[in-house]
Design a protein around this ligand. Sequence first.
Ligand SMILES: *[C@@H]1O[C@H](CO)[C@@H](O)[C@H](O)[C@H]1NC(C)=O
Ligand SMILES: *[C@@H]1O[C@H](CO)[C@@H](O)[C@H](O)[C@H]1NC(C)=O
Ligand SMILES: *[C@@H]1O[C@H](CO)[C@@H](O)[C@H](O)[C@H]1NC(C)=O
Ligand SMILES: *[C@@H]1O[C@H](CO)[C@@H](O)[C@H](O)[C@H]1NC(C)=O
Ligand SMILES: *[C@@H]1O[C@H](CO)[C@@H](O)[C@H](O)[C@H]1NC(C)=O
Ligand SMILES: *[C@@H]1O[C@H](CO)[C@@H](O)[C@H](O)[C@H]1NC(C)=O
Ligand SMILES: *[C@@H]1O[C@H](CO)[C@@H](O)[C@H](O)[C@H]1NC(C)=O
Ligand SMILES: *[C@@H]1O[C@H](CO)[C@@H](O)[C@H](O)[C@H]1NC(C)=O
Length: 539
Amino acid sequence: MFSCCCLVAVLLCTWSSSVECNPSPVLGDVVVDKSFTPNVCSREAKEGDFVRYHYNATFVDGKTFDSSHQRGAAKVGLLGEGRLIAGIDKGLQGMCVNERRSITVPPHLAYGSTGAGDVVPPDTTLVFEIHLLDVWNKADMVVTKTVTTPKDCKRSVMSSDYVRYHYNGTLLDGSVFESSYNRKQTHNTLVGEGWLVKGLDEGLMGMCVGEIRHIVIPPFKAYGEKGSGTEIPSQATLVYDVLLVDIHNSKDNITYENQVVPESCTRKSVVGDYVRYHYNGTFLDGSTFDTSYQRNSTYNTYIGMGYVISGMDQALVGICVGEKRRVIIPPHLAYGESGAGEVIPPSAVLVFDVDVIDFHNPNDTVGIQVTYKPEVCNDTTAENDLVRYNYNCSLMDGTLLFSSHSYENLQDAVLGAEKVIDGLDSGLRGMCLGERRVVTVPPHLGHGEKGATGVPGSAVLVFEIELDEEVPQEEFAEFIKLQVAEGKGRIKPGLTMDQVVVDMFENQDRNKDGVITADELKLKVEEDKEREDMKHEEL
Ligand SMILES: *[C@@H]1O[C@H](CO)[C@@H](O)[C@H](O)[C@H]1NC(C)=O
Ligand SMILES: *[C@@H]1O[C@H](CO)[C@@H](O)[C@H](O)[C@H]1NC(C)=O
Ligand SMILES: *[C@@H]1O[C@H](CO)[C@@H](O)[C@H](O)[C@H]1NC(C)=O
Ligand SMILES: *[C@@H]1O[C@H](CO)[C@@H](O)[C@H](O)[C@H]1NC(C)=O
Ligand SMILES: *[C@@H]1O[C@H](CO)[C@@H](O)[C@H](O)[C@H]1NC(C)=O
Ligand SMILES: *[C@@H]1O[C@H](CO)[C@@H](O)[C@H](O)[C@H]1NC(C)=O
Ligand SMILES: *[C@@H]1O[C@H](CO)[C@@H](O)[C@H](O)[C@H]1NC(C)=O
Ligand SMILES: *[C@@H]1O[C@H](CO)[C@@H](O)[C@H](O)[C@H]1NC(C)=O
């Protein structure tokens, strides 16, 4: 310490009273020469303020007798309380942070006729080069200023919230003491629980994700007299520029937004269902970390069984096919404090926009909904029947995969002959002529986990079917040939297949209109015992 401190205090008391009695417009005899004035000056040092400054003290001849730099720390002083050399006290008034001044102090406002020990001889004029670093007052509060406000703010920081933020920490003179950007990761902390200095606990309150806030904290709400490490000196005002990235509370559950439920929802997903969905995964700040669309395929999973993060497991239960919802998942229901690889940072809240394409249960059977039933229904389709039909095949989201209307010919199939997927085969049974149905086929009765050309894996298929009435002769011939091929009949010796077919066709075409309706065909196959026997003989 400067050996004359005590002496100075005594002298100051003596001299300051005489200074106050002297109403000189030029700060008594102190001469202030501003060598640098900063562009911005948000505050001027005044009586009652604490100041922190660097100084070089010289004699008029330029010889240095003291310097804060040599002492290794800036000096902290209180203005207007008689604790500083009277001339310095006066000379610092009105000074801005980062301003540089040269203050020339006459002996009567410094160490007078006594001098200061061996260092300052009696009646010496002193010159102080001052660089002001900090100004604060005991009455200061934490001052916050919002620099950028996000468009919408659904939630703002409250006590006991856990936040992630980026920040630049500077001292009042602009020197950076710390920056999260250098570490390339956010600072993660609880708010209002004493994890932070008091001033930050206060300054972060009410912040929204995406907001940038300028927070100025007086030293007594920061690191006070002790300072912190080598970066934060004693009694330093701290300035934080904070960008809030993330916020959640350990009590949070998942929450939903932007829910769009389709008008018809016959069934909601339950635990054990297999769901196919598209999603966009973002963080609270809106940046995307993953999206299924990029992969051109849905994400598929069983739900409620721990195959996906628990927040998603919950979010996918009770949802309709075609439903869209945004689910916000706090980290304890997502990837927690460890995050996931390079993609998900620790303690990140995840936002998923989900679009459920379809779901099914491994226990599901074919769903049949009759949309039109003709008044007359004398017979229905059954195993071994040749059926002809029109159909549209779509995914649950309405994407059309196939339409028989795009082709000239109707589709046909012999039921039970494994010509069509199992689900469609059962969906075509028990139908009347002219009947229309919507048949829903789960993937295990369709194209399975692998899918087929144009059919995604594990997709639920929807068939709109209309059973056609007419079976022309060529078609009939195919049917008969098939029956023979499958060993369900044999050709009478001495007859050709074609002769048999023409023969039979004429027998079956009861109304002689040139076509055999499926009904007519069935009468032949199932009802007319005599003819059936004959047919079998003929075949
Ligand atoms: C004190 O002198 C040193 C060396 O010349 C200089 O770097 C420093 O900026 C000076 N400090 C002030 C407060 O003028
Ligand atoms: C922190 O400083 C960096 C570099 O100057 C800047 O890019 C960033 O926007 C600053 N952050 C805040 C929150 O002001
Ligand atoms: C969280 O929400 C889910 C439904 O979304 C509910 O089943 C669960 O009970 C909730 N958990 C708590 C702790 O409230
Ligand atoms: C499927 O059915 C079986 C037997 O009825 C039942 O034990 C099982 O829980 C069902 N599975 C699902 C996922 O519903
Ligand atoms: C997804 O489809 C688009 C357009 O068809 C194509 O450009 C892209 O390469 C596909 N991406 C993948 C991962 O298959
Ligand atoms: C995902 O993002 C894409 C591109 O912005 C958008 O077209 C799509 O609708 C989004 N999906 C959901 C489920 O929000
Ligand atoms: C259906 O049956 C009714 C009464 O059994 C009969 O009158 C009608 O002609 C039959 N229709 C056809 C198309 O065979
Ligand atoms: C297939 O879709 C077209 C166009 O919507 C429709 O006109 C037709 O009736 C549908 N076919 C069946 C069998 O439902």
